[in-house]
Design a protein around this ligand. Structure first.
Ligand code: 13P
Length: 225
């Protein structure tokens, strides 16, 4: 895929996140790893509704800006993104947003760890709440690091959500799955509570990942801490 296509995909994802109400003002950020080990990242302080290809910045693995329009700096959460790439060779894109129902769980400190919806069990598994970190500091990457070997999707305590994937569309789909699952779990909770799938059926669903060609990590049965 050439740089133009990758930049267009990042812009598409940014616009969708804003349209879906997952971000307000300058919330959220997106990055993609390029073949040469550099990255495209969204700039800090700009609404995801206004992101255009020329506003994206290219950075190296230390966060240094290699290319970018004057005045555009990478996202203030770039340390969190770079930690995902550093710890996971398979990660090619990182998406951070504040989807409201999933973020409600992050604010309530409730992990989405009930295996009660088949699609979610197959695609992302349980979603932990990672410990609190002050935005833009190393507290955030340090908080997510213990979870990265097992999880492609995490809730950031009192903050929002993070999804990683081999490419930006995969990471974005995982964020969609998270938010839909949060809505379904919340509805089931109002209806008297989620009823979990049996361990035997959970194992069968997890084993189907290979058949569906699902990439990334899965926490397995109840492995969320
Ligand atoms: P940036 O505008 O720096 O990307 O920050 C947005 C955000 O969501 C912080 O958590």
């Amino acid at each position: 895929m050439d740089y133009k296509e990758i930049k267009d995909q990042i812009c598409d994802v940014c616009h969708k996140m804003w349209q879906l109400g997952w971000v307000a003002a300058n919330d959220g950020n997106v990055s993609v790893k390029l073949d040469d080990g550099t990255f495209f990242a969204t700039p800090t302080g700009i609404s995801k509704s206004f992101i255009t290809p020329e506003k994206l910045v290219r950075i190296d693995a230390s966060g240094k800006v290699l290319e970018g329009a004057p005045g555009y700096k990478p996202s203030s959460e770039i340390k969190m993104h770079l930690r995902c790439y550093e710890k996971r060779e398979d990660v090619g894109a990182v998406v951070h947003a504040h989807p409201p129902t999933a973020t409600g769980y992050a604010v309530a400190h409730i992990p989405l760890d009930r295996y009660c919806m088949i699609e979610t069990v197959v695609s992302i598994g349980s979603v932990p709440v990672t410990p609190y970190g002050t935005p833009s500091t190393y507290e955030v990457p340090d908080a997510i690091t213990p979870y990265l070997p097992y999880h492609d999707v995490m809730l950031l305590e009192n903050h929002g959500a993070l999804a990683v994937g081999a490419d930006v569309i995969t990471a974005y789909y995982r964020m969609e799955t998270l938010e839909l699952n949060a809505k379904i779990c919340f509805t089931a909770h109002l209806l008297g509570g989620e009823k979990e799938i049996s361990k035997e059926n959970i194992d069968r669903l997890i084993n189907m990942r290979a058949q569906y060609g699902v990439t990334g990590k899965h926490p397995g049965y109840k492995h969320y801490r």
